[in-house]
Write a protein that binds this ligand. Sequence first.
Ligand code: NAI
Length: 672
Amino acid sequence: MSENNWTIEHDDNNIAWVHFDSPGASANLLSQVAIKELDNIIKDFEQNLPRALVILSDKKDSFIFGADIKEFTALENKEQALAFMHNGHDLMNRLEALSCPTVSMIHGLCFGGGTELSLACNHIVASDDKKTKIGLPEIKLGIHPGYGGTARSIERCGPLAAMNIMLTGRALTARSAKKINLIDEMVPVRQLKAAAEYFALNAPKRKQLPFLTRITNSSLLRPLIAAQMRKQVATKAKAEHYPAPYSLIDLWKKYAGNKKLMLEKEAMAVADLATTDTARNLVRVFFLQENLKSQGKQTDFDVKHVHVIGGGLMGGDIASWCAIQGYSVTVQDQSPQALAQTIKRAQYSFNKKFKRDRRAIRDANDRLMADHRGAGIPRADIIIEAIFEDKDVKRTLYESIEPRMKESAILATNTSSIKLEDLSSCLKNPGRLVGLHFFNPVALMPLVEIIRGNETDETVVQQALAFGKNIGKLPLAVKSSPGFLVNRILMPYILEAVTMVDEGIPAEVIDKAATDYGMPMGPIELADTVGLDICKSVANILSEALGMPLPDNLKQLSDKKLGKKTGEGFYQYKGNKPVKNKRASYSDPQEVQDRLVMRLLNEATACLREGIVEDKDLIDAGVIFGTGFAPFRGGPLEYIRSCGIDKLSQNMASLQAKFGVRFERDGGWDEL
Ligand code: NAI
């Protein structure tokens, strides 16, 4: 087990500086070995007490990234999970009980187990650097803090602030962490060591939390507050899909009066949660995300300037997103009015992103320039085209801009349905055209599909993947084929929903069947949100290429009822929200859900068979990050695996008998 994650340095004041440096890794992980090693070090200190102890990291930009999630995947049962938690608890309890001052000195990322280790120290100091982020994100993996972080964060910050960070899993800047008392002090990096030394030598007493904060932890108020918390959580996550937040609220409600008991129950609760399908699937989703992040790592694509053509819904948001990510951007549109709107909307995005950070807002503004005549074209390293979805209009544009482009620049189109080959054939260098398919809304959707046309140079694909990663998105390389990956899989599901509306099933029932399954939004509301004209144009392409019949409701579209943007589609909209009939009902909601889900799953297997992306995991990743497909189910193909192919095949067969050939099992099922 000897890995030697830790080294100890004693200074003249007899402060023991305990350095964490996982050998051969870019970040420190609090693995079981690292826990055991530190536990032994603390045991030695119990015998031979230093004047104080400071825990710090030798990694450049991170403190401790958290527990080693890979070890979680090896847990086979509750007993193993409990033993795992107890190892962490033993260390944290021992550290907390050590009778000399203990200090955690944080610079860079500090998550999960790293934060829990810090909470077991008497004092926490952190650098005010941008890279410093502190959080307890366990909830995103289907568990909650399990190394004592629940009780100790509540003790430090009070229940409202602590439960908030644990329930949302969000990462705090040092400033925000200081505000809620999660850390004691925040200083510039150059003063961090001195600050840690100050706390080690002086051990100043921590101020008591205000009376009003303390009282929220009383046994009288806890049940009331907990009920409120459950209500709030229920608006985002159903208990049967995501048990962890509810388990955390229960833990606090029942045991917050008794720290020792709460710690014991915490370990048991996390051992229960860690072996659920939800946790397994969320851990899987974490690794899928890491996999996508690594897609853009092969190439260094040094982009100094981005030029976006088309400042409409998508182009405008892509331009402001790139400016937010630090790029110098020019945005061009044929219409000066549209361009004025683009800049106005960008203001909104900057304010939303940077909140009150005026300097960051000003810098983003400086980076984004309206450029009616396309002066940015000759200096751009990447040109992103997001104009009308019209092949001829796009081709005319390409012909006019190619002679002005830098030799090395790449041309990326955001088209959602036009074949890349139909666009690239007008270029002198067709190899430079790649698809960069963003999803709406750009700021919220993590995925970007990188479409590899038949003519696209492999280097250009790699550059596009790198650019996708560098602007903070999850890039996924996809074969050029109708609907690419995400729309292709989503469309049959939406078409089935619209067919059901044609049959007279209420839209509300259909949407509820989907959200009950775990989708973030029902298919009818989604179609309204995307725009029924856009849905129809993608559906047309797919129906032509893959023989999917178009439901009547989509065939006969009225210009006044295109969805949310016109105030009416399948629903009417009031203040951007659909007006839904809460009493709408239907005799067989399970069948509605089966029809929706089975169409989606079947198309996912078809994409596997056709090799639309490189492997099965990438299909799941694309569908989760491109559509919000129920992450706790691990992706469509993982869902088929966990439900059982035979069972779902029977389901398909009975739907086919009733509704016809569109429910015929695709050959892709045999490849699973
Ligand atoms: P939009 O209609 O909102 O914006 C298009 C903009 O392009 C308009 O402002 C127009 O003035 C400008 N434009 C048209 N021709 C131009 C030219 N020759 N030179 C300069 N500017 C020109 O359209 P939207 O929705 O932003 O779509 C743009 C592209 O993004 C399309 O290819 C679409 O398929 C794709 N897309 C759309 C999504 C959506 O949800 N709307 C999602 C993903 C991709």
